[in-house]
Ligand binder design. Structure first.
Ligand code: COI
Length: 367
């Protein structure tokens, strides 16, 4: 029988806040050194789910190691799911989040696919709010920087039979970030993977399961050795373009802009969705459809491929400078007018210098 909280969907535990003594605060890293995911703030948020208590023990406390039973489900059968979000500091000092409800919905779609208890939206948002408030000094003010928010859900029950864990931990950690790629804002070189695949329709590709990223590591390592920053994944037919793994992908041709249609194995990215909104609002001829690597190659040879870029929370809008597919090397020109316009618009909305015409931004206080 589902736990009553699942039925009501509303009751959330109160959040206990136990802050570090100021004398123990970490030194903030210089913003030029941030990169991605290297530093962690002073506190974290966590809440536990058990069948008897529902969601309970919600707390913000000093960032620390956690203790789990070695038999915990997450270590054996991979019940692990996460989100990526950002908090931005505006010129007036206020802190804002970009479309947090989008992440909450996607998180719970993933929880359902992995047979995990959903995290009520209120708990998801209040958990984030409480820890970002506690660590507000970690939200960088410098342009191009943000506080990356990593909500995570793992199965914690100590049991080796293969079935969904009856116990879970939901937690949120924070990391001040600059550029995801070491290239900074320079165009990235991408390796088109023609052997391995990342996911297939019906599998886990459309959710942010940790397993998808484990599946991507081998090809990413190979690509890195050849001097490529990331892998462009193809479908099981080794033709249909999927995504880059850390970002969705858009191709700008002379007469249309194309991004692969969501087919069940591509992550429905929040920035992807926002870019589609912007392009449609600007009356640009944008299509979500199947697109193959052969089509991209042929149109590149004909001079029709104007620019290509990736979209993601961590990667923001990243220009693609080169695609290597088998023996074919596609060097993209210096054009990046559209991707720059999109980046400037999204940044303007996030930082409050442009109107939030789609109602995407949420102030930290309002959560
Ligand atoms: C994000 O963009 O937030 C992601 O989750 C990509 C990541 C795995 C670095």
């Amino acid at each position: 029988m589902p736990h009553p909280q699942k039925l009501l969907g509303m009751e959330i535990p109160s959040i206990k806040v136990q802050l570090k003594d100021q004398s123990q605060w970490k030194t903030l890293p210089p913003y030029q050194q941030l990169g991605f995911g290297k530093y962690f703030s002073d506190h974290w948020f966590s809440a536990q789910f058990t069948e008897t208590k529902g969601w309970a023990s919600a707390k913000v406390e000093p960032y620390q190691n956690m203790s789990l039973d070695p038999a915990a489900a997450v270590f054996h059968y991979g019940q692990a799911l996460f989100e990526g979000m950002k908090a931005f500091r505006r010129a007036d000092g206020s802190i804002w989040l970009f479309r947090p409800e989008f992440n909450s919905h996607r998180f719970n779609d993933g929880a359902s696919r992995l047979c995990m208890q959903s995290v009520p939206e209120e708990l998801f948002l209040k958990g984030i709010k409480s820890v970002v408030e506690a660590d507000a000094r970690w939200v960088p003010k410098e342009s191009g920087c943000a506080l990356y928010i990593r909500p995570t859900l793992v199965g914690t029950e100590a049991f080796l039979g293969v079935r969904p864990s009856h116990e879970q931990l939901f937690f949120v950690i924070l990391s001040p970030v600059g550029s995801y790629y070491s290239e900074g804002s320079a165009p990235v070189k991408i390796w088109v993977e023609h052997n391995a695949i990342r996911a297939a329709t019906g599998g886990l590709g459309a959710i942010k399961a940790g397993a998808n990223y484990a599946a991507s590591l081998q090809a990413a390592l190979h690509a890195k050795k050849q001097g490529y920053a990331q892998v462009l994944w193809l479908n099981v037919d080794h033709q249909g373009i999927e995504e880059v793994g850390t970002m969705n992908v858009f191709f700008v041709f002379k007469n249309e802009i194309v991004t692969p249609a969501l087919n069940g194995s591509i992550l429905p990215g929040g920035v992807r969705d926002s870019v589609l909104h912007l392009l449609r609002h600007w009356n640009k001829p944008v299509m979500e459809r199947r697109i193959t690597i052969s089509e991209v190659h042929e149109r590149h040879l004909k001079g029709e491929l104007v620019e290509a870029f990736g979209t993601g929370t961590a990667a923001t809008i990243s220009r693609i400078g080169e695609l290597q597919w088998k023996t074919e090397r596609m060097i993209l020109g210096e054009q990046h007018q559209l991707s720059q316009e999109i980046l400037d618009t999204l940044t303007g909305i996030q930082m409050g210098t442009l109107p939030d015409q789609f109602g995407w931004m949420r102030s930290l206080q309002s959560l």
